[in-house]
Design a protein around this ligand. Structure first.
Ligand code: HGY
Ligand code: MN
Ligand code: MN
Ligand code: MN
Length: 408
């Protein structure tokens, strides 16, 4: 794959959903820009004579070969983004899957022995409805469809209404064991969200594991009152408790050598001249070990509860999503590391703290991930970037992986 050829397809998707102000993406699942990106995918797949289907959870599948053949080799990723996210997180895996099929056909492999599909999973980021990997969790039966249909976005729109508005029937949501059984292996290519490959000076790596991680929603309740007539000593201000939540998360994560982020908060009523009555804040916590993660969250809860008692506020919390550690299939991992590295120097194998649909599927089918070098390591922000040269190397790696798995 030449960098120019990668760039040609990449440039046809890149503008869809980009916010002209921040340069980041606003591709929330079932939004207009997500629908435009999905339409782009369907067109590109049909141009390649791939058979396209939308499953009951809204995930897209573009097939080369008869899906009923079973033991399929599936690649792909997601097209949705976090608010003002980067261009490559998700789309790189989808574009690379389509280009890998082009290369396989041009290299005269003939028809694959195992059917191949490029999949696009819905709401991987949880950017609209709050639960990450929604499409793959529903497919694998690891999320209750009734609960999913009630999920609401920031405007109060339910997933059911959003799907209906997009002309996709929400009543088919739920586990799809027959579809899952079709998959013999899943390989997701993704831009690296970190700098390990930069430090190793390698364009492509193979994932070993995904750290355990989760999202917790904290509700801090105080007493709304007038900003101009309430003495400081008389206040029960949940924003104060919130400030302490952020500090405690930061401190406890550093102590535990783990990661904790409070990136989203909502204050009610949210008026400049009114003391907040209630604050809702979301904690994203991640650690190499489950015990470290559990300890970190327990410490944050303890600190915030102690603080709430001092502030005269109340605190409640609930886990919105939990992802246990994912160890990718060792055989697949090692096979791809050898295949994708120059002779005698296997591709680097590295863990990640980022969640992926591959992490959900790994509990059900042999799964691997390939990473493409990200020079700044930045992700979930407009600055996320990968060079056309490295992206082309990623397509070559994915092509080699699919050739090895589906044509032998
Ligand atoms: O949040 C994550 O780790 C992933 O990018 N959804
Ligand atoms: Mn992401
Ligand atoms: Mn992603
Ligand atoms: Mn007033």
């Amino acid at each position: 794959m030449t960098p120019d050829r990668f760039a040609a397809l990449w440039r046809s998707l890149e503008p869809i959903g980009r916010d002209p102000g921040s340069g980041g993406y606003l591709r929330y699942s079932w939004s207009r820009s997500d629908l435009a990106a999905r339409e782009w995918f369907v067109e590109e797949a049909l141009d390649r004579d791939l058979e396209v289907e939308t499953d009951g959870n809204g995930n897209l599948w573009a097939w080369w070969g008869d899906p009923e053949g079973g033991d399929a080799v599936v690649t792909g990723s997601h097209l949705d983004s976090v608010p003002h996210g980067g261009a490559y997180d998700g789309p790189l895996g989808v574009v690379s899957g389509l280009l890998a099929i082009d290369l396989l056909r041009e290299r005269g492999h003939g028809e694959p022995r195992r059917p191949i599909a490029v999949a696009v999973f819905t709401e991987e980021e949880g950017g609209r409805f709050g639960v990450p990997c929604l499409g793959s969790r529903l497919l694998t039966g690891s999320l209750d469809p009734a609960k999913a249909l009630r999920l609401r976005d920031r405007d109060g729109v339910t997933l059911a209404d959003a799907m209906t508005a997009a002309d996709v029937d929400p009543s088919r949501l739920g586990a799809d064991p027959a579809r899952l059984q079709r998959i013999g292996a899943f390989v997701e290519l993704h831009v690296e969200q970190g700098r390990a490959l930069v430090d190793l000076d390698r364009p492509v790596g193979v994932a070993s594991a995904i750290w355990p991680h989760g999202r917790w929603r904290f509700t801090l309740t105080g007493e709304g009152n007038h900003a101009g007539t309430t003495a400081m000593a008389d206040r029960h201000d949940p924003m104060l408790t919130f400030a302490y939540l952020v500090l405690a998360a930061n401190k406890e994560a550093r102590l535990a050598d783990a990661l904790a982020t409070v990136g989203r908060v909502a204050a009610r009523p949210g008026a400049t001249n009114a003391i907040a009555a209630e604050v809702t804040a979301w904690l994203d916590a991640r650690a190499p070990e489950q015990s470290t993660l559990d300890g970190l969250v327990a410490a944050v809860v303890q600190r915030v509860s102690e603080r709430a008692a001092r502030d005269g506020t109340k605190v409640s919390w609930t886990a919105e999503s939990l992802t246990p550690v994912v160890d990718f299939d060792g055989g697949l991992r090692d096979r791809l590391a050898v295949l994708l590295g120059p002779a005698g120097s296997p591709a680097p194998v590295l863990p990640t703290g980022a969640g992926h649909d591959a992490g959900v599927l790994a509990a059900h089918v042999p799964t691997a991930m390939l990473f493409v070098r990200n020079p700044s390591g930045v992700s979930h922000a407009p600055a996320e970037w990968a060079s056309d040269v490295d992206c082309a190397a990623g397509v070559d790696a994915l092509t080699a992986a699919l050739a090895d798995l589906a044509f032998r």
